[in-house]
Design a protein around this ligand. Structure first.
Ligand code: FE2
Length: 512
């Protein structure tokens, strides 16, 4: 296995040497920072396309193409002219013999020399290849796909979440890159603002946490230094939502002190993601997308518009998004309805009262009940919610009133393992899995000792969630296996575990 960035950083922390081991440390020159990153397994692409390429937000006639010019990924300012012309080409084949579209766009210093091409005029349901040229160099080739139109009999997609760079390698993204998928969904915690390693705060460029635009840019550039993450972006189009750590832990609101930091973080996020956001300070994260007549995605933004938690009239969605979501429920047609949800929707009560975390929907009880009652009353069927954030896997029945066992099951929530971010200890999981199960009758499954991603295989009759896990996050090439699979049958609320894997390791499993 050799080099291992988690243990290397923890060792440096124990020795009081994080200032030289952490690539974003304020003590280092750009060359030293690059060398420190190298020690942690970072390998960027050739300049100026060091951060690779990506595509996102696929619709029936287009997709957003992305790259960013960063010849010195960890430098505060790039050694580039203010404006650089970047050419892009899209083809129907990998060798670019059948070019279908091309153009040129200006990458400016004001936007971190990022490039976003909101491409239209493509054909539905087809594969495309794309690449960029600038400063006499050509980027790697990315592969993407448009959404199909009309009748669709199968969709396969994956979700990823919580990828703390300092906690491990991205073998999960290596797995995602190799999967046969239509698209990928990221559920948030793409970067972490803090540099705590083994509980030790790392003094960053300006302190233990990043707060400014140049610092958030460097953070994203470091994360994109993991080759597996770039591979997964180049292999599939991605939909993205976000959670708190793209800005700061458990944040809400827009106080003046938070506002400036939030603006910096939002802009850096837009500059590094394949999203079309004309105003990078207010990215349009929540949206509806379709995969033909089979799958209807409601991508939720549970950060930008929320109030503080635990208020009687608190909101996690904000008034506008809540009205939009309820309208989506009212207009729901005959399809699978998937809510792309960053933080756990289902209740997770503690034995004896209270909740484990009220930064998730448990801190917004009235709004959860309102929205889920609306789903029930509107008669919407076939709701599947996919969630990240917990760094552990859960399967839950969704009920409008989780405290009332007579409240009907109206859907299923799958909470996925994290890509790399640390979970609780095996001891904690072994003790608390059964405790959480006993206190939450809607909780069907809990597994917290592993890392990975979920693959969803959906056809008109069945939704199957495959929990893919890696062997060891200390190994960048760790092999992927399937821990277990849960199914939901169309027209029937509630999930069931595949018999072939129903005896796989887990710390809680409800036997019915
Ligand atoms: Fe996380």
């Amino acid at each position: 296995m050799g080099l291992n960035r988690r243990d290397l950083l923890r060792g440096a922390a124990a020795a009081g040497a994080l200032g030289v081991a952490w690539p974003l440390s304020s003590r280092l020159t750009v060359a030293q920072a690059e060398e420190a990153a190298h020690q942690l397994g970072v390998r960027w692409d050739d300049g100026p396309f060091t951060l690779g390429v990506a595509s996102g937000d696929p619709v029936a006639d287009g997709v957003v193409l992305w790259t960013r010019l960063a010849p010195q990924p960890l430098a505060e300012e790039q050694p580039l002219p203010d404006t650089v012309q970047v050419d892009w080409t899209v083809a129907a084949d990998r060798d670019f013999r059948r070019v279908v579209s091309s153009g040129s766009v200006a990458a400016t210093a004001a936007r971190g020399h990022s490039v976003h091409v909101p491409l239209r005029g493509l054909e539905p349901g087809l594969r495309y290849y794309y690449r960029f040229t600038a400063l006499g160099r050509t980027s790697r080739t990315g592969r993407t796909r448009t959404a199909p139109d009309g009748r669709v009999t199968r969709v396969r997609f994956a979700s990823a979440n919580c990828q703390a760079f300092h906690d491990g390698f991205y073998a999960a993204h290596r797995g995602i890159a190799r999967e046969d998928l239509d698209f990928v969904v990221h559920l948030g915690d793409y970067v972490y603002e803090h540099g705590k390693v083994g509980g030790n705060p790392v003094r960053d460029h300006e302190g233990p946490e990043v707060t400014t635009l140049p610092a958030y840019r460097r953070r994203h550039a470091l994360y994109k230094g993991d080759p597996s993450l770039r591979e997964a972006h180049a292999a599939h189009p991605w939909f993205l939502t976000w959670d708190d750590h793209e800005v700061v832990n458990d944040y809400s609101g827009t106080s003046p002190s938070l506002r400036a930091r939030r603006d910096a973080a939002y802009q850096a996020w837009v500059e590094h993601m394949p999203v079309d956001a004309p105003n990078p300070l207010t990215p349009p994260v929540y949206k509806q997308r379709r995969w033909g007549n089979l799958l209807d995605l409601s991508i939720l933004d549970l950060r930008q518009f929320r109030s503080a938690q635990n208020l009687p009239d608190g909101t996690i969605l904000g008034a506008e998004q809540k009205a939009w979501l309820k309208q989506r429920v009212d207009q729901a047609g005959d399809a699978w309805h998937c809510w792309v949800n960053s933080i756990m929707l289902s209740q997770l009560a503690r034995k004896g009262g209270g909740y484990y975390f009220t930064d998730q929907w448990d801190g917004f009880l009235a709004e959860r009940k309102e929205v889920l009652s609306h789903v029930h009353e509107a008669g919407m069927r076939d709701l599947v919610v996919i969630t990240g954030d917990w760094h552990s896997a859960f399967v839950d029945d969704i009920r409008p009133d989780f405290d009332n066992p007579d409240s009907p099951v109206i859907g299923t929530e799958f909470t996925a393992h994290s890509v790399a971010s640390g979970a609780y200890s095996p001891e904690w999981n072994a003790t608390n899995g059964p405790v959480m199960g006993a206190a939450n009758p809607h909780l069907k499954y809990f597994e917290g000792n592993r890392y990975g991603y979920d693959v969803y295989e959906v056809n008109p009759r069945r939704w199957s969630t495959h929990m893919r896990v890696i062997g060891d996050r200390r190994d960048p090439r760790s092999p992927v296996s399937t821990l277990t699979t849960f199914h939901v049958d169309r027209g029937r609320a509630g999930s069931w575990e595949d018999r072939a894997t129903a005896d796989s390791p887990a710390q809680y499993r409800r036997r019915t």
